[in-house]
Each structure stands twice: as C-alpha cells, then as structure tokens.
Design a binder for this molecule. Structure first.
Ligand code: GRF
Length: 207
C-alpha cells in the first residue's frame, strides 16, 4: 500500500507509522511521501531522518485557495498514493480531493467521535472540553474523510480513562500514547490487507 502522510506539527503519529512499517507491524505498506503546510513542522525532520520524501506546500504561498487546491492535489497525485493519511493536518482538504480519494483518505481525531469533534475541536481544545464536561472516558478515532469535519465512516476507536487531576496536556499525552499511536498503525495495516470495507456509510472490518 502506497501511503502519503499529511502533517502540520510534531509528527508523533507519523513517527508511529514509520516505526510500524520499519518494525513490520504495519505490513504491505510503503510511506511514499510526507507533505506539510508548515515548513517548521518537526514531522518533516522525522521523515527526512528516515529517508522519506518530504515537502512543504502552504495556502499562504498562493494568491487564492482555488489555486492552492489545484496545486496541492497535483502534488498529492504525483505520489500515486493508494491511501492518504491526515495526521494532525490543519488545512481544509479540497472538495475535489475528498471525492477523488473517497474511502482512500483517513484522519485521526483525539476523541471518541461523535463526542468533542467538528469545527473548532482540535488539539488541546478537545481535551479541555472533555474535562469541562467531566466525562470519565475519552479516546481517539480513525475514520475515512468525507465532506464533513470528523464525519466520515469510523474505522477504529480506542478508549482511555480520565484520571483525577488530569490537565488537558496530561490527558492529550495519554490519549496519544495509549490510543492514537496504536489505532493509526492498526488502521493502516487493516487497509493494507484489504480488511476494511464501507457499506451504507459504516465500515465493516474483517478479522
Ligand atoms: C494529534 O493529537 C491528532 O489527534 C490530531 O493532531 C495531533 C497531531 O499530533 N489530529 P502529531 O503531529 O501527530 O504529533
């Protein structure tokens, strides 16, 4: 499976994917490239360190979003990916790209969707909202990307307990370590082995 990873920040999910491929826990998979909208993203360093093609493209460098969208999709298609992975990618995906890669583009969100998701719920804001609501269980979700925000068919979810004294930062770290970095590699391995199908807007996972 040719996987292209889109990033904007630290790249710890990218690192989990790189480690999984190198350890053989993610099978039949090659990371063919990494694209970031942030030239300072540490994720780019992680890619380069592992000899993975890495490039930067930002809407800020284009006079209009339409021109960026066209150029971004051209750059993506140049990698001939079988799967696009959004790992903390903070750029709105062009509608034409969502259509072209329907059920071939996944995203990770740091909550148990449909809780604490949608516009405005990203990064620490997700965990702040969870603590404010006083939920006892949080987690992460990997889902296919559709036209909405965090609304596509859910592939995998993993729950994490909230503990007394948790701050948003502590909770975020636990969700990443115990949920994100596990279900992201697992989802890619399932897809690489043809074990995920979508029926009537919901996924079916073959065991
Ligand atoms: C993660 O918390 C992920 O759930 C969210 O953005 C963050 C990306 O972190 N989509 P990293 O760049 O993978 O470290």
């Amino acid at each position: 499976l040719r996987v292209l990873v889109c990033v904007s920040g630290g790249g710890t999910n990218l690192q989990a994917i790189i480690d999984g491929v190198e350890a053989g826990t993610i099978t039949n998979t090659e990371i063919v490239g990494v694209i970031s909208n942030n030239k300072n993203a540490f994720a780019l360093e992680r890619a380069k360190k592992h000899g993975i093609s890495a490039e930067c493209i930002s809407p800020k460098d284009y006079e209009s979003r339409d021109i960026f969208n066209k150029q971004f999709l051209e750059r993506v298609n140049a990698y001939k990916p079988d799967l696009i992975v959004l790992a903390g990618f903070l750029v709105v995906i062009p509608p034409e790209m969502i259509a072209e890669y329907r059920n071939r583009m996944i995203n990770i969100h740091p909550s148990l969707i449909p809780a604490f998701c949608g516009t405005g719920y990203y990064g620490l804001k997700v965990h702040e909202a969870a603590l404010k609501r006083g939920v006892k269980v949080v987690g992460a979700t990997v889902h296919f990307v559709d036209e909405g925000t965090d609304t596509g068919p859910i592939i995998l979810q993993k729950a994490v307990e909230v503990q007394n004294g948790d701050t948003p930062e502590i909770l975020q770290k636990r969700v990443m370590e115990q949920a994100e970095w596990k279900i992201m590699p697992e989802a890619i391995d399932l897809i690489a082995n043809g074990k995920v199908t979508v029926e009537d807007g919901r996924t079916v996972i073959c065991d």
